[in-house]
Design a protein around this ligand. Sequence first.
Ligand SMILES: Cc1cc2nc3c(=O)[nH]c(=O)nc-3n(C[C@H](O)[C@H](O)[C@H](O)COP(=O)(O)OP(=O)(O)OC[C@H]3O[C@@H](n4cnc5c(N)ncnc54)[C@H](O)[C@@H]3O)c2cc1C
Length: 470
Amino acid sequence: MSAPHRVVVIGGGVAGLATGWLIDQQARQRGIQIALQVLEASAEPGGHTRTDVVDGFTCEWGSNGYLDNEPATLDLIDQLGMGDRVLAADQRAAKRFVYHSGQMHELPTKPGAFLLSDIVSVRDKARMALELAVPAKQDGLDETVYDFGRRRLGEGFADYLLDPMVSGIFAGNTRELSLAAVFPKMVALEQDYGGLFRALFAKGLQRLRGGGATGGGPAGPAGALHTFRDGMGELTTKLAVELGALLRTDAPVVSLGHDGGSFSVHLTGDTLEADAVVLACPAHAATDIVADLSGPTARALGEIPFAPVSVACQAIAVEQLARPLEGFGVLVPRSEGQRSLGTLCSDRIFTGQAPAGMRLLRTLVGGAHDPSVVQLSEAELLACVDADLDTLFGLRGRPQALRCYRHERAIAQYTVGHLDRVAVTERLEAELPRLSFTGASYRGVSVNACIKDAFRVADRVLAQLDGDTY
Ligand SMILES: Cc1cc2nc3c(=O)[nH]c(=O)nc-3n(C[C@H](O)[C@H](O)[C@H](O)COP(=O)(O)OP(=O)(O)OC[C@H]3O[C@@H](n4cnc5c(N)ncnc54)[C@H](O)[C@@H]3O)c2cc1C
């Protein structure tokens, strides 16, 4: 019997855990002998997808949920036997708000409703309606998310609607993020239909005629938000438990070598030989790891910026809020002068995430616009969050701090040129087919995107080891 193929996955966040587990499962199913190791730098696995349950409050480190419109995630949940652990968001959470000019405004959920929204002025709405007359961009060059929003729908839309929505997902700066990398569907809609409203009408017509996808806006079916009964960390915990001894924590990888045949994975005080390696750690960590393998790749990885985010999870009795919000939460545009990007009412989104009568407020602070946020002490952070919460909800008492999470490099920023950087990693993958890059730094920051890519990479690794062409 030949020796098993040695596979090393670097990084024990949701991307690395899912990739490792899928490689192990699929190898068994395909009768491929492998010896797998998932190496995680810190003492606990999970990366940004972790949960602490504190006195009955579900505190999330990073992701607070996933949308059920990604078949790969549903498949993984099914394969893990976690179907009965899934928790859907409460219908009442459908309402989302933007705080603008000192007032709460309900955020439109359907593209057409933007025209009726009271967030932007009548003049801005008139400009939005002119989207129909804006010609499609022809030069094929990438542009920023802000430029796209302003070009098609006007400045009011870009400043007051697009900016806070994008901050809520990427904690990013719309004036730097690449449209092609962040919203590739928008580029396709403009190219295919000539504009967003045109795409909307055409797709509506297709539906009336009985074809095409159902639900959602021009970006496709929107999906419903879900988590697990013990929070998003339940997914990474389950993957870690399933991996068992195949997962090694406190195992930071320092560098990677390749001698023409196998890889040498260097840890502090230890070296592992591997036939295939998956880099599932963030790009800022991968840049050092691949420095000896490929200078150009290390440089491209080093050019992927990360936005810092601090998260404050706080508890307060509902009656201590003068204006309790009945909905998902509130986004705050930068023009309001707050450091908070927004606050989620976690117990309104997912029933059971706080004891009865209590509200769990989860405030995200910082982002690409405010890099110094991670320098705040916990007391400074909470003082700043409390002031913002008072403005938003009218506090009749001080919230109790449950947990604060400080992510110095929270979310990869797909700035203009991102797709070229990813292409550099793909060139190294083509040169060394048993090396793969995956995780939130490359093809999507969401948990869904990480899981979708985990399936792709698991398949790639096994196809390579099996001798198939990929
Ligand atoms: C505040 C916040 C809110 C978010 N909200 C949502 C949301 O609501 N929905 C959603 O879908 N997504 C959300 N996200 C994004 C999502 O959580 C992350 O993109 C996802 O968890 C990233 O997973 P990952 O495995 O790629 O990276 P990470 O979670 O960063 O994991 C990478 C792992 O690699 C390890 N590592 C680093 N260097 C090394 C090394 N040298 N050797 C070995 N291991 C190493 C790290 O310790 C870490 O555990 C949010 C993120 C943040 C920060």
